[in-house]
Design a protein around this ligand. Structure first.
Ligand code: IMP
Length: 195
């Protein structure tokens, strides 16, 4: 089965390819569809944005489409940056600026607990859609560490670890990450559709 991954984010696509290795599944990136419309992520939840991306791209391409919407939820910041994680420090998306802003916001805050969240939506070409999610709890470090991964990885230390996601090999991050957990759920709940 062909499955389009409805994301322009090369880092997410790479992780999804690493994690989602069901036999018979042919994963396609958006490069095959250069004229596909950009989907505006204006939902108030990760689920709403994931559904919008998957349904739009499945309808435009006629393929089954899978979309990830994800972000970092920081408790003491009332859930920010949340669904605005990609553009926390403004346009265009700038991971370094986002991390600097997060460190500045937390400078005088002792509570640094946070979690990554990920919603994964799967849409059929005729508009059927289903969603699973995954999360990973942790805390925000005092400074940037490591150069693997992307986004907030150099600041995020998952519970039970002393290293940030950016200090871990990809397989270790994928085994416990919000995206890894959501995709594991997708693989078991949607085995009949994806097999
Ligand atoms: P989206 O394209 O709206 O889903 O944006 C997701 C944003 O959340 C990314 O640009 C990152 O800033 C952040 N994010 C999501 N997942 C991860 C991850 O696994 N590591 C680090 N940052 C992430």
């Amino acid at each position: 089965m062909k499955l389009l991954i409805a994301t322009g984010n090369a880092h997410k696509l790479r992780e999804i390819r690493q994690i989602f290795t069901m036999p018979g599944l042919e994963i396609l990136g958006m490069e095959a569809f250069p004229d596909a419309p950009e989907v505006i992520e204006d939902g108030e939840t990760f689920e709403a944005n994931a559904v919008k991306k998957a349904v739009t791209l499945a309808s435009v391409t006629g393929l089954w489409a899978l979309a990830d919407d994800s972000g970092l939820v920081v408790d003491v910041l009332d859930g920010a940056p949340g669904v605005y994680s990609a553009r926390y420090a403004g346009e265009p998306v700038d991971y370094a600026a986002n991390n600097s802003k997060l460190l500045a916001e937390l400078a005088d805050k002792p509570d640094r607990t946070a979690r990554f969240r990920c919603a994964i939506a799967l849409a059929s070409p005729d508009g059927d859609v289903r969603v699973v999610d995954g999360s990973c709890k942790g805390r925000i470090g005092e400074n940037l560490k490591g150069c693997e991964g992307f986004g907030y990885d150099p600041l995020f230390i998952p519970d039970g670890y002393d290293q940030t996601f950016a200090e871990m090999p990809a397989e270790e991050k994928n085994a416990i990450s919000h995206r890894g957990r959501a995709l594991a759920r997708a693989e078991s709940e949607w085995a009949d559709l994806l097999g």
